[in-house]
Design a protein. Structure first.
Length: 670
């Protein structure tokens, strides 16, 4: 025996402190009855539109005012225009194509006045005809909206009552109309009922959520939810609505994170705009957990969805948004999870999964199974997906430079004190594409770390291509932590050192207090006893060609002011070149320098990086175009882009890059 549902009809909640399992939401009986009567009254009033349209057309078709030789043609033209109006309304609603049709129709009608000069009555008939066409369209739309509203309130019975009301209203109107004959009344009635028939077709499309008539559906839902249960704008996270009837309930702008809707009915009649329940396919999955088998959820918004126990076998989850979702106990066997979006709040407790696929071909085939062979044992998928969830993928299109990658990895660890990075794998995908997977902690902002590592890699590549050494920026107190970091990554570092040793280079760690730290070929970090180091931005290559990415130093660290002065000198050298391109570049670089120096969002290290990139562009810009090193220019621009993309709109550099980047890339032909 089915338990009686607890009624919450007509209630408007201001806060929620309880679950709503097995409840009946919606309207109270008297509210629903009044809305139904309002809809029927609206149908009666709306019937005036097709009546007016039909009466006007009959007057023109049966009694043409033009000369006899035009009578047949004009009547045929008017009937055709009427039919086309109905067809376009059903197909497109109020879209641009229909507006174009009305404009063309007006132009064609106006042309008749040129053919029939001196007939003032022609203008009157043309205006009457165009008004009839407008009434035809508006009659279709208004009646369709009202029938949709009544259908939502009273289901199929209400829809039938609305259609019958419209039909009877039109018949009665023409019975008592002033049309001269029974034939004209009968013809006008048929025309008006044809408009009603078109309205019924539009109503069916609106109820089935046709995109072209979404605005009709929205209006009908708005009226049908008046006086019903409302949770508008409330935090419903974790609330259980299991086995409830939520018809006509207002759930707009609610937080539905992990809210449970198992066995819920009536959501198709609820106001769910702006929530994951707006998608019919998602609604079905959340209310009937076994409906996800082999379904296509490509690009689906499942953020915060309660998918506990859901059957997602062979489901397509390509680019699905599963942030904060709960998949505990769900079955993901043979699902395709290409580019799905999960975070550390996505739950996978006791997930059933023997195998998943990482790619889907254009033809629909699932590729790259995991595990590569065999099946996941119980609990293995949860561990595997946790590992990939906490991984940053760095993709290198033109091969991987080991020295630059080692620098990028270590400098990022320096920048984020306490950040744990772990290189989990490096895969050669062929055609020069290398994918490095770097493990991070759950709380890490992976987007920011990815951007920073990419930026440091570009900086390192710029220095390596220039024949310079790499200098890591670190404080003295961070050296011990760097040593620990190196120990944790010993196996990986050994592989990197091989690449470093081949070039006989050294990676330097710059400390405070006139102390320099080196990472030697053995991978150990040691203090350099040679304090007479020259590594300025404008260093004479005969002194060893050593330059620091974070700013040069001569026995001590160079201040931002010194570096800024070096950049100004480099730009001034470019200013002496009297060409239009050089002068334009001077203005661009000067604006960038000013933006960098006055930017309060940039850290000192970021300012150093940005100024070094500007200096590189100034140096390359002073060369003839055919002698410029495109690689250096590209890396410098990428370094600036990388910094700007990681900053907020409050950054002056970010704002400057928006306006100056197109001109900058144009000058260097990038």
């Amino acid at each position: 025996m089915t338990a009686t549902k607890r009624s919450i009809r007509g209630k408007r909640f201001r806060e929620v402190k309880q679950n709503f399992e097995n409840v009946q939401a919606g309207h109270k009986f008297h509210q629903k009855f009044l809305l139904f009567l309002f809809g029927i009254f609206g149908i009666c009033i709306s019937s005036l539109l097709p009546f007016t349209a039909a009466e006007g057309l009959i007057g023109l078709i049966i009694k043409p005012t033009f000369n006899n030789e035009f009578d047949v043609f004009i009547s045929f033209f008017e009937i055709s225009a009427f039919v086309v109006t109905l067809i376009l309304t059903v197909l497109y609603g109020l879209e641009f194509k229909f507006i174009v049709f009305l404009i063309i129709l007006t132009v064609v009608c106006s042309s008749f006045t040129a053919l029939l000069p001196g007939l003032i009555s022609v203008w009157v008939d043309i205006i009457e005809f165009l008004l009839s066409i407008i009434f035809t369209w508006s009659g279709c739309v208004v009646i369709a909206t009202v029938i949709t509203f009544v259908s939502l309130i009273s289901n199929q019975l209400g829809q039938s009552a609305a259609i019958a009301t419209a039909t009877c209203s039109i018949v009665v109107m023409f019975m008592y109309s002033d049309l001269p004959s029974i034939f004209s009344k009968a013809t006008a009635t048929v025309i008006a009922l044809t408009i009603v028939l078109a309205s019924i077709v539009i109503c069916k499309k609106a109820i089935n959520y046709a995109p072209k008539f979404k605005w009709i559906t929205s209006k009908a839902f708005f009226w049908s939810s008046i006086g019903a249960t409302s949770f508008y704008g409330l935090d419903l996270s974790g609330i259980r609505f299991d086995n409830s009837d939520l018809s006509y309930t207002d759930l707009r702008k609610t937080n539905l994170t992990r809210s449970s809707f198992s066995g819920v009915v009536g959501l198709e009649l609820a106001r769910t705009e702006g929530t994951i329940l707006e998608d019919p396919k998602i609604r079905k999955l959340l209310t009937t957990k076994d409906s996800g088998y082999a379904e296509d959820f490509t690009d689906a918004n499942l953020r915060g969805a309660d998918l506990r126990g859901a059957d997602l076998r062979e489901a397509i989850l390509v680019r699905a948004q599963l942030l904060d979702a709960d998949l505990s106990g769900a079955n993901l066997t043979d699902a395709c999870i290409q580019d799905w979006n999960i975070n550390h709040n996505t739950r996978f407790t006791k997930v059933e999964c023997k195998r998943v696929y990482l790619k889907r071909s254009p033809s629909g085939h699932f590729l790259e199974p995991k595990p590569d062979s065999g099946e996941f044992l119980p609990g293995e998928f949860e561990k595997w997906v946790t590992d990939i969830r906490d991984t940053i993928d760095l993709i290198f299109q033109n091969g991987l430079n080991w020295r630059a990658f080692a620098f990028s990895l270590t400098q990022t660890a320096i920048d984020h004190e306490g950040l744990d990075l772990a290189v989990r794998s490096i895969e050669n995908k062929g055609d020069g594409v290398v994918v490095a997977k770097v493990g991070v902690s759950l709380e890490t902002n992976k987007t920011a770390i990815h951007q920073q590592m990419t930026g440091h890699y570009q900086e390192a590549m710029l220095a390596i291509e220039s024949g310079y050494e790499l200098v890591l920026r670190a404080k003295d107190e961070e050296i011990n932590r760097l040593t620990q970091f190196r120990d944790q990554q010993q196996k990986f570092i050994q592989g990197l050192v091989t690449g470093i040793a081949e070039t006989k280079g050294q990676v330097l760690i710059q400390g405070e207090g006139n102390r320099i730290y080196l990472m030697d070929q053995a991978g150990d970090i040691m203090e350099n006893s040679n304090q007479n180091v020259s590594a300025g931005g404008n260093v004479d290559m005969s002194s060893g060609g050593r330059v620091s990415i974070g700013g040069g130093m001569t026995g001590s660290s160079v201040t931002l002011g010194d570096l800024s002065g070096q950049v100004s000198n480099t730009i001034q050298q470019l200013h002496d070149i009297k060409t239009t391109e050089a002068q334009e570049l001077v203005q661009i670089l000067a604006k960038l320098q000013t933006a960098i120096e006055s930017d309060r969002v940039l850290t000192p290290d970021q300012k150093q990086q940005a100024l070094e990139a500007v200096s590189t562009l100034a140096e390359e810009g002073s060369k003839p175009p055919e002698k410029r090193a495109t690689k250096f220019c590209t890396m410098a621009v990428n370094a600036l882009k990388g910094l700007a993309s990681s900053l907020t709109n409050a950054s002056q550099l970010a704002e400057a890059m928006k306006t100056l980047l197109p001109a900058l890339t144009g000058i260097f032909a990038l």
